[in-house]
Ligand binder design. Sequence first.
Ligand code: ATP
Length: 256
Amino acid sequence: MSSLPARPSTTGLFGGTFDPIHFGHLRLATELAEAFRLEKVVFLPAGLPYHRGRAAHATNDERLTMLKLAIARDPRFDLDDRELRREGNTYTYDTLAEIRAERGPDTPLVFLAGTDSFAKVAEWHRWTELFDLAHFAIAVRADDSQWFSKGPGAFPKEVWPRITLNLRELLGSPAGKIMTFAMTPLAISSTAMRAAAAEGASIRYLAPDPVVEFIRSHGLYASVKTRSEAAPDAAPGVAPAGDRIAGAAPTGDRIE
Ligand code: ATP
């Protein structure tokens, strides 16, 4: 074990659609927290494009409820729904700029991205300014063949000088560094969970039990008919199946 001190103010930021959240996400957040000695990992659910099918996807409120159920027992995990509340396009730059303004100039922020999405960082809105706002933690899957053939060469060369292997150096500054970390591959995806739920197959042990139970009791991801049958016992504060993301923004630069 390293003697590196924990920095209480260092916060990890984990964006995704979480439709639904599953153990792959929770394990990744845990490994991020441990690799970077983070006090908190904040889940940032993204807005979904309005044209995604109603029966195939959960509403914003449903995704939020599932996130709350999933993280409730881990004091390191937090939730920030600002991207769901934002009108118009959702850009990582805007989210990081807001969080930076709230946390002040000195707090280290660590934004999580996968190697595949970070390889396209040059397509992100105001991408060169992102590094003024946060560090980037790049999760490398053990089965990521592109990474193992190209390594950091997969990233735009402008960012190469920012890559560090030194965690102390990264945590000693508020933003601007890029560091990779290995993550345990768990072959779970929200897409596969939605497909299983639609077929009436079991989704147990892919997500925490309260999330699985919520999906089942609300008929999420099932056919429209099944959803409307399940709707009468919907929990308070949970949007009915048809009430989907009024005015929702198209997806931003991070989520394709
Ligand atoms: P979908 O199947 O709907 O695309 P997803 O399961 O990939 O969803 P997202 O909400 O898009 O979930 O994922 C958010 C982040 O979590 C992304 O960076 C994604 O690469 C990562 N992630 C998703 N599933 C896993 C997993 N099983 N192991 C590690 N990382 C994962």
